[in-house]
Design a protein around this ligand. Sequence first.
Ligand SMILES: NC(=O)c1ccc[n+]([C@@H]2O[C@H](COP(=O)([O-])OP(=O)(O)OC[C@H]3O[C@@H](n4cnc5c(N)ncnc54)[C@H](O)[C@@H]3O)[C@@H](O)[C@H]2O)c1
Length: 357
Amino acid sequence: MNTSPVFLDAKPVSYMIGEQALDHSSKLLVNYPRYVLLVDNNTRNYCLPVFREHLPEFRETDVICIESGEEKKNLDQALFIWKELTRLNVDRDALMINLGGGVLTDIGGFVAATYKRGIAFANVPTTLLGMVDASIGGKTGIDFGKFKNQVGLFVDPVSVVIDPVFLKTLEEKHWQSGFAEVLKYGLIMDRELWQWLYGKDFHEIDFWDKIIVRAARDKIDIVRHDFEEKGVRKNLNFGHTIGHAFESFFLKKETPITHGQAIAAGMICEAYISEKMTDLECSRKEEIVEMIDKNFSRLSVTKEDVPALIDLMRQDKKVREGKLRFSLIKRLGKAVHDKEVSTDLVLESLEYYLHDR
Ligand SMILES: NC(=O)c1ccc[n+]([C@@H]2O[C@H](COP(=O)([O-])OP(=O)(O)OC[C@H]3O[C@@H](n4cnc5c(N)ncnc54)[C@H](O)[C@@H]3O)[C@@H](O)[C@H]2O)c1
């Protein structure tokens, strides 16, 4: 059954979300004197032909192709894009269209926002994580040194076109990665979404269009109210304080894991902390842990790795005056933020992660 995509005018960003979004997106993308498309080596092969098939007006548009991968979300690659934009004589009236996953929309947004003091850009996400999270909300940037997202800025795209058609070629581990963020929306703000998903293995889900529209709307709702992350947007960080430490830990070991694997592990630890610090019932915590374990294997970390993980958490952007602050779950669909958590309790949660399986 074909449904119409959802159009949202969430000023300053216009969104088209759902099946056939590409076919309805001309008015969001077309209106600029010049365009440039940013792709990576995978989205050039898998997604650019689909994009051009649905939007033939972009058949002749200049393309800049970067290398895929988190380890390429760096200054060298940003430099390469700035050079290419200069070589192609792209001027300030142009629109840059970022066609790719979260790595590409993060770096593409950052480069567009800084090139000639900023040109307009649109995001066309091609991974599940990109569709429900990274393309929405204006966080752009690159990794620097050993730190994720160390350099960047908050700047909104002019439009975001989210069409699940691209997902047909996505590798399984990247589906799984995006699924972690979908689960997170259920936990922090959308109990009904959690109920749609609870008990399911992501492989058996057959209503992705509905899930993507719902999760993307959840994120849009939050960032519209708190673009600069002064309050409620912090709830999106559930699972991320400990999750980012796992992500950086494995990146440093040169055995990278996906963002979603890291966040899934972080959500188990932070559900444990939630039970200790909020009204979250033990049975709810167990429900959360059971659902995550159904969809994600536990990461291979040992007791000896714990000090390094704690060290990485201290470098997190959410740390204030040396204190670890967490977003926690109070009950299903309800989160609280800025909860100061002792290092001892964080250690306890890591112990729980290592041993309760
Ligand atoms: N800005 C934000 O608010 C925000 C939020 C969450 C995550 N992120 C960032 O997003 C990044 C992770 O994003 P991701 O999971 O999309 O990873 P990704 O961008 O690395 O994409 C995963 C892989 O899939 C390939 N790919 C993309 N689309 C494809 C398709 N349709 N078919 C086949 N292959 C395809 C990519 O080339 C890449 O190899 C991280 O850097 C994370 O920090 C940003």
